[in-house]
Design a protein around this ligand. Structure first.
Ligand code: GLU
Length: 489
């Protein structure tokens, strides 16, 4: 007879304990096997299993911010596309300081850093960079008013130079210090480029260093600031991964992702989307805009707020449209008979029941309702923010012409649902060769392109002004970079 059975007969209590012990051992063995398997699982597998990609970034116009249409920014958009490419969700961790990012990554708090980091020699020892997605230069920034433009390092010796701590700028200055031992500067942790630019304007410091891509966006808010000279050779921006050479899987997928989006034009389109409209905006336009925002906007602000709320818009968008239309002049009249602060045509005024186009409140209310109507007519497939840009283009050139341009876009292999593509073909409406074949004929097709571009920048500036004012009112000692980051339509 088997021993087991004999024991069963002899002691039922002991048998129960044995079975329990057996399960306990089996359970423990299973846990150990799972732990070993998990430890062996590579970085990509872990993410797929978790269903989530965790990315460190920073708040700012070139990286990540809250826009009209939710979260956006070049780094955010790239990371989101990469998460989609892997088939997982994206979780963002915002780091306040550059100095915290690499320790956070190496402390296993995230999968990589996507924060507009420059590939530098010092960093290469600590992290592994993907192929670059953008090339920039570091630029020395100074305040133009009454100052001679510095042209070389020797011209800034003795001036107050301050840069963000742990930045590529600090690293560059250390290199320069070897050739220019008299060069001195301060670094500030917990500070960002935006704050340092403000300090130049307020006279607290003389110079700072900013990446060219960031200055391209920031210069619209500070028309007095200018580039003195490039202080570095071209540098690459890239994502940073842990230097774990034994496990290449996640890194390799990121490298493949960048190769793919470079190849299929997605990267160029994203760069254009985030920088294109700001590139052509002239500093003089900002100067005038800021002056007008102080002198002319206040009496109408509550009307914009009211009309925007009723029609589901951001009031700053409505105000930006109005500025582009009339420079906030209520009795503006164009040679074609378009009138008022929102420049409504007689026909539209009739349709919208406007009695007096020169009455600011009536004009703003009609403009908002008209925009809403156009927004509703844009085909459903067109997603935000492109939908808003097309609405603005239709407001300017007419819905029919916009449709014609979308057809041309499609016939030329472009995407008629993407503003980036449509705006390339809109100017063709002024050429006979093209408008001959369209339903609505000739239009000054380049106008809506400039129109939308300007409104986007006016909007960015209004958001920036508005948020800054809110901060001053709440007397927060240190502005949260998230809320002062300009927003994109
Ligand atoms: N590109 C800079 C760096 O790599 C960061 C830019 C910034 O902090 O604004 O350090």
């Amino acid at each position: 007879m088997p021993v087991f059975e004999a024991k069963v007969e002899s002691s039922p209590v002991g048998e129960g304990r044995r079975v329990f012990e057996l399960f306990l051992y089996l359970g423990m063995a299973a846990i150990i096997v799972l732990i070993i398997l998990n430890a062996k699982r590579d970085s990509l597998d872990k993410i797929l299993q978790r269903g989530e990609l965790v990315v460190i970034t920073r708040n700012g116009p070139t990286t990540y911010y809250e826009g009209l249409d939710g979260k956006t920014g070049l780094e955010y958009d790239l990371a989101e596309q990469f998460a989609e490419y892997l088939g997982v969700d994206l979780r963002i961790i915002v780091s306040e300081n550059l100095s915290d990012m690499i320790p956070m990554l190496n402390g296993d708090q995230a999968d990589f850093i996507a924060a507009g980091l420059a590939v530098t020699e010092a960093r290469k020892a600590l992290v592994r960079f993907t192929p670059a997605y953008q090339e920039i230069t570091q630029q020395l920034i100074y305040y133009r008013k009454g100052k001679k433009r510095p042209r070389a390092i020797d011209d800034i010796i003795g001036g107050k130079l301050e840069v963000v701590a742990s930045s590529s700028f600090d690293e560059r200055l250390r290199e320069l210090h070897n050739e220019h031992p008299e060069l001195s500067w301060k670094t500030s942790d917990g500070s960002d480029v935006e704050k340092l630019l403000q300090q130049i304007v307020s006279g607290k410091i003389d110079y700072t260093i900013v990446d060219s891509n960031e200055f391209e966006l920031h210069r619209r808010f500070y028309p007095g600031l200018n580039v003195a000279f490039d202080i570095s050779e071209p540098q690459q921006l890239a994502w940073a991964f842990r230097t774990d050479q034994t496990d290449n899987t996640l890194y390799q997928r990121a490298a493949d992702f960048f190769a793919e989006i470079r190849e299929n034009g997605t990267l160029t389109a994203l760069l254009e989307r985030h920088y294109g409209y700001a590139r052509e905006f002239k500093p003089v336009e900002t100067t005038l805009f800021l002056a007008h925002a102080q002198e002319r906007l206040p009496p109408y602000q509550y009307m914009f707020i009211d009309a925007a709320e009723k029609n589901g818009f951001d009031w700053r968008l409505l105000a930006a449209v109005s500025y582009q239309e009339s420079h906030w002049v209520t009795n503006a009249v164009s040679p074609t008979g378009v009138r008022g602060i929102m420049m409504i045509t007689e026909k539209t005024a009739g349709q919208l029941g406007v009695l007096n186009r020169l009455d600011a409140r009536e004009s703003i209310s009609a403009g908002a309702r008209y925009l809403k109507r156009l927004h509703g007519r844009i085909p459903d497939d067109i997603e935000e923010p492109d939908r808003t840009w097309m609405t603005l283009a239709a407001y300017n050139v007419g819905f029919g012409h916009l449709e014609d341009a979308r057809k041309i876009t499609e016939s030329q292999g472009g995407d008629p649902d993407k503003w980036q593509d449509v705006r390339k073909y809109l100017p063709l409406l002024s050429e006979k060769k093209w408008h001959r074949k369209t339903k609505h004929g000739y239009a000054r097709g380049w106008e809506p392109v400039v129109y939308v571009r300007n409104i986007r920048s006016y909007y960015d500036i209004l958001v920036w002004m508005d948020e800054r004012e809110n901060q001053q009112n709440s007397q927060s000692p240190r502005p949260d970079p998230k809320t002062i980051a300009p927003q994109t339509l």
